[in-house]
Design a binder for this molecule. Structure first.
Ligand code: SME
Length: 156
């Protein structure tokens, strides 16, 4: 059990409660971003991208916490987010400078994880996290963040 595992266990309880709260959906998603950003030191930008229902091959930026980004719309296949959407797979990049298909948000970002969110087998959005630490994301982050995606799938 690492220190992060303890943090993750507590956060999952808080996030389950948040998802069930009666505030508007985007406020719930924003509070999840805030919690993750505040409680996990290596999560420096935390945000949701949602599949555009008018154009199912594009992602639209949803609630997020961190540096403002120009990437408010990302076509499937473009950048790390677009590749994760196209492949419907979790994408972890340990060193963003080595990724040719990458959309930079800030020069401080060193590594990134993107997890697709599915409902009834279809991708409906993504959870995107950037870190200022190289190779910040381990299997523990993957498992933890994937549980969050399963929890939030019900409200997206
Ligand atoms: N880096 C992402 C774009 C989103 S920003 O990091 C917020 C990408 O390559 O898709």
């Amino acid at each position: 059990m690492t220190k992060n595992d303890d943090i993750f266990t507590g956060l999952l309880v808080e996030i389950k409660e948040l998802v069930l709260s009666k505030i508007p959906r985007d406020d719930r998603l924003m509070n999840i971003c805030r919690l993750l950003n505040e409680k996990v030191p290596h999560y420096n930008w935390v945000g949701f991208y949602l599949v555009d229902w008018a154009n199912k091959r594009e992602l639209i930026l949803g609630p997020y916490v961190g540096a403002p980004t120009d990437h408010v719309r990302i076509p499937f296949g473009k950048g790390i987010c677009g590749q994760a959407a196209e492949r419907e797979e979790i994408f972890v990049v340990d060193d963003v400078t080595k990724e040719s298909n990458y959309l930079s948000c800030s020069i401080n970002v060193k590594s990134e994880i993107v997890l697709p969110i599915f409902r009834h087998g279809k991708i409906i959005g993504e959870l995107d996290i950037d870190s200022h630490t190289p190779a910040a994301f381990t299997g523990h982050d993957r498992t933890f963040l994937n549980s969050i995606c399963e929890i939030v799938a019900g409200i997206i």
